[in-house]
Design a protein around this ligand. Structure first.
Ligand code: GDP
Length: 304
């Protein structure tokens, strides 16, 4: 029920608006579809994914000749679950890492302010709670504050951190971190990287270099490239997803700040548009406020 709490606002907003849109209507007509389109777009589902959903509902209306508004909820639910299924397996409910990786290396990317450091701290906490040895690497070397903040989280969670001074080479920090992790027999390494989107080519070069250097220590690292997006920023989150997926191979997403605003829809659109699974969602500022994304729970809470 913490997911419910976290997504409360998205839910009231989306579900409330949906009910309003069909009030007094018995069948799904052009009016209802127009309203639905607007609701999806204003819920940050994104234009492309919204059009996809509308199109699928139109097809069903055309096929069945008549579609009652009472069935609209169920059909939307199926369509949204279907979209999420294309990228999210949805079975996982616990924080876990695949076995056999020694260590398992997570490279975290995203711009400043999205909740990257907080997400790394929360993740480290979850893994440590399971008895795993975690090492953090401060390879977002552009701002001193980024390094300091990661240090604060490392202290809070009680895990070692590898860092260098501000302005040092991110790849060198990543290299040191992996070496240290291997020496310590760590289970999980979480590396903070590239906090700025100065320009596409630089971003790509930096991330490529960090990855290349990692492989010198752990052959198949990174095992996960986790992009952190702020779910409360709607179109900005889409834009960042576009830039980062163009710059490097992003393998999973963490969508933060889904507690504070009516923006849960962004999860649907981004996951669909970029064909990357959402692995975690942030639902608050506290250390426990990170959840493993479960598409079934998500769709349920969206429509309850
Ligand atoms: P970074 O610059 O990307 O590393 O961002 P930080 O981790 O420093 O987070 C920026 C702000 O967002 C901080 O005030 C965090 O407490 C806050 N924050 C991070 N994740 C969440 C979340 O899931 N929900 C809420 N409400 N705030 C969050």
């Amino acid at each position: 029920e913490s997911l419910d709490k976290g997504l409360e606002k998205s839910k009231t907003s989306f579900f409330g608006k949906l009910n309003k849109a069909v009030a007094g209507k018995s069948k799904v007509d052009d009016d209802v579809l127009d309203n639905l389109e607007e609701i999806l777009v204003t819920s940050d589902v994104g234009v492309n994914t919204t059009l996809k959903v509308i199109e699928r509902i139109e097809e069903r209306v055309a096929k069945d000749k008549y579609l009652g508004t009472s069935e609209l909820n169920q059909i939307l639910r199926e369509e949204i679950a279907g979209l999420l299924s294309e990228t999210n397996s949805g079975e996982a409910t616990e924080f876990s890492i695949p076995e056999m990786k020694q260590p398992y290396v997570i490279m975290v990317v995203g711009v400043n302010g999205v909740g990257k450091t907080t997400t790394i701290g929360k993740l480290a906490y979850q893994f440590k709670k399971q008895g795993l040895n975690v090492v953090l690497g401060a390879a977002d070397t552009f701002r001193a504050a980024a390094i300091d903040q990661l240090q604060v989280w490392a202290d809070r969670v009680g895990v070692p951190i590898v860092k260098q001074s501000m302005g040092s080479d991110p790849a060198s920090v990543a290299f040191d971190t992996l070496q240290s992790a291997v020496t310590q027999n760590a289970d999980v390494v979480i590396i903070d990287t590239a906090g700025r989107l100065h320009n596409k080519v630089n971003l790509m070069n930096e991330l490529t270099k960090v990855k290349r250097v990692m492989k010198k220590v752990v052959e198949d690292a990174p095992h996960d490239v986790l992009l952190v997006l702020d779910g409360s920023t709607g179109q900005n989150a889409f834009e960042q997803a576009k830039q980062f997926t163009a710059a490097t191979e992003v393998t999973s997403l963490a969508v933060t700040k889904l507690d504070g605003t009516a923006k849960g829809g962004v999860v649907i659109g981004i996951s669909d548009q970029f064909q990357v699974p959402v692995k975690y969602i942030g639902v608050g500022e506290g250390i426990e406020d990170l959840q493993v994304f479960n598409k079934y729970e998500f769709v349920d809470s969206f429509f309850r």
